[in-house]
Each structure stands twice: as C-alpha cells, then as structure tokens.
Ligand binder design. Sequence first.
Ligand SMILES: [Zn+2]
Length: 226
Amino acid sequence: MPQAGLHGMVGMGVRKWIGGREWFLLGAMLGSFVPDMDNLGVAIATLTKTPTEGIHRTMTHSIFFMLLVVAAFYLIGRLRKDVRWYNLGLGLGLGMLLHALLDLVVWFNGVELFWPLGGEINFWANTVPPEWFMKFMEPAEFLCFGLYLWILGGWARKQNTDGDFQGKLRIWMWLEFALFAVFTPLAYIMTRGYLTVFGALYLFSLFMTFFLTNRMRKTIETAAGR
Ligand SMILES: [Zn+2]
C-alpha cells in the first residue's frame, strides 16, 4: 500500500517518455490516484455497516477496468474528433497500471489484478511487518500528498505557469504537512475513532489532490514539454 501521493509522484515520472502527446501526462498523473478512490466504497460500506471485503484493490486495480477506461476515452475522442481525449485515456490507463504494479511490488498487500476473474496476487503473503511501521503508513499518506503538491508547485514556479493559483496550492501543501504532523502522534496514542477521522481526511485529501492536479494542467502540459 504505497501512499497515494507516492503513486502521484510515479505518475509524474512518466514526463520523460511521452513525447508531444497533449493531455497524456495529465492523464497519467490523474490515473495514478484513481485506483485508490475505491476507498470511498470502503468508507460507505463501513458507515452503512455492510461488508467491506472485496471493495479495495479489486475493480479499480484490475487490468480489465483499465482497458475499459482506455476504450471509453478512445470512443469519446472519436466522437469529438479530438485526439486529446484519446491521449488522456491512454495516460489514465498507464497511470492506473503503474499504480497497480507499484501496489504489487511495494508493501505487504495483494492486488486483484485480473478482477473479476479473481486470484489475488500477493508477494507479501508470508511477511508480517512490525506494527509501528504499519501505523506510520497512515499519516505518511498526508506526507506524500504534501510532497506531491510541493513538486507540482516547483514545476509551476520554475515555468512561471498557473501563477494565479500557486499561492492556493501552497496552502493545500502546508495543510497536508500539518495533517502529517498532527496524525503521526495520533496514530500511536488515539484508539477510539482514529480510523474514522483519519479515513475522512484521507479521502478528502485524495479527491482534493486529484482536483488540484487537474487545476494545474497548464503547468503539467508545460512540464511535458509542450
Ligand atoms: Zn492502490
């Protein structure tokens, strides 16, 4: 379970090999956040007291879902006669694929890469990580969102893009760092209600970072060398 912001930073790395495809890097960065949005389903199931199994790391982490997304955006591109939608879809597919692969390689959980055919792949089945480490993984989500926004802001400053939004982006970045500072001790001392508060703020941060990425698309297009 690498942190969502870490996935975002991997999505940023695609920058080097995309050539001149408009909206492709944007898609890859957005796509790297999409699979973990299934945590919203987990949250709803928890709140409504229905079973949470089979929600996280299944559909949105599946190769078939990625192909469906690419195909859907290909169709939109054809209908609108605009190749950018196709690029966006390819980028989304790549970002999601990198996410699922990174999930497989790093950190103690399996992924249903071929959902709904089943067969969870888990390289970590025989590993039990220390409890203090697993607890730290949760507040580290906020740290990684902050670092991701820090890099994005760095691109904007260097290129002089999205100047009207750089200040606001910095506020969001500091908010994530502040959440990291607050939740790191809480992860160890707070017992009742911790997961609910953490989960709500995590989901908020995940969707916020997704929207901030889209808001900064001029910066991302420029960073892609366009
Ligand atoms: Zn994931």
